[in-house]
Write a protein that binds this ligand. Sequence first.
Ligand SMILES: Cc1cc2nc3c(=O)[nH]c(=O)nc-3n(C[C@H](O)[C@H](O)[C@H](O)COP(=O)(O)O)c2cc1C
Length: 210
Amino acid sequence: MQQAVKVVGIGGSSRPGSTAERGLRVVLAEAARLGADVSLIAGADLVMPLYDPRAASPEPRARRMLAAIAGADGVVLASPAYHGTVPGLLKNALDHIEQLRDDERPYLTGRAVGCLAVGQGWQGAVTTLATLRDVVHALRGWPTPLGVALNSATAGFTASGECDDPHIQRQLNEVAAQVVEFGEAHRALRAAAPTARAAVPTSLTALQAR
Ligand SMILES: Cc1cc2nc3c(=O)[nH]c(=O)nc-3n(C[C@H](O)[C@H](O)[C@H](O)COP(=O)(O)O)c2cc1C
């Protein structure tokens, strides 16, 4: 039987229980229900020194996040909108992923990444979601087809943790399903690696030769 896919959720703000963190927890709960092995980096876990390319080794919080990402088949990012974009706290944590450049799967290579952005209005939520997806592309990850923008002026979370807007709740569940499905497919692809991967450059070369 195939081992459970690993999904790490990263995000929220330094305030434990922020709206973005609550949304992130919904996605992770659904991923766990679908059989994933999930972990969470949120709140104080995000507070890391400013990323310094000269630093020889990451400090403990960055190291924990990097180990979780390196071992993950899928990632979920959740960000509040701060002045229309991803707050420095979260962007700094993501900048530490530079340390994975020489990894076997560099940066976010081969991982589906579900993105959620929360603003106190639609404009900030949507621009922040687009930025998150751009960052994922830059880190060589695969943003899931569906991303979620949540307007905290019109939606929140119940005491049991669900989103009180059923449409957003369904979207969060769908993002979880897309991350898990891609994670399982990519893991199977890696297991069949020598043949499957070798076929890609060959067909690309054939296309370029036309
Ligand atoms: C410094 C700061 C800047 C913010 N800028 C925006 C913004 O540009 N657009 C927006 O919709 N909401 C903005 N907000 C509101 C947050 O996005 C919103 O309150 C948050 O996502 C909800 O999370 P919370 O539960 O931590 O408050 C800002 C909040 C802070 C603290």
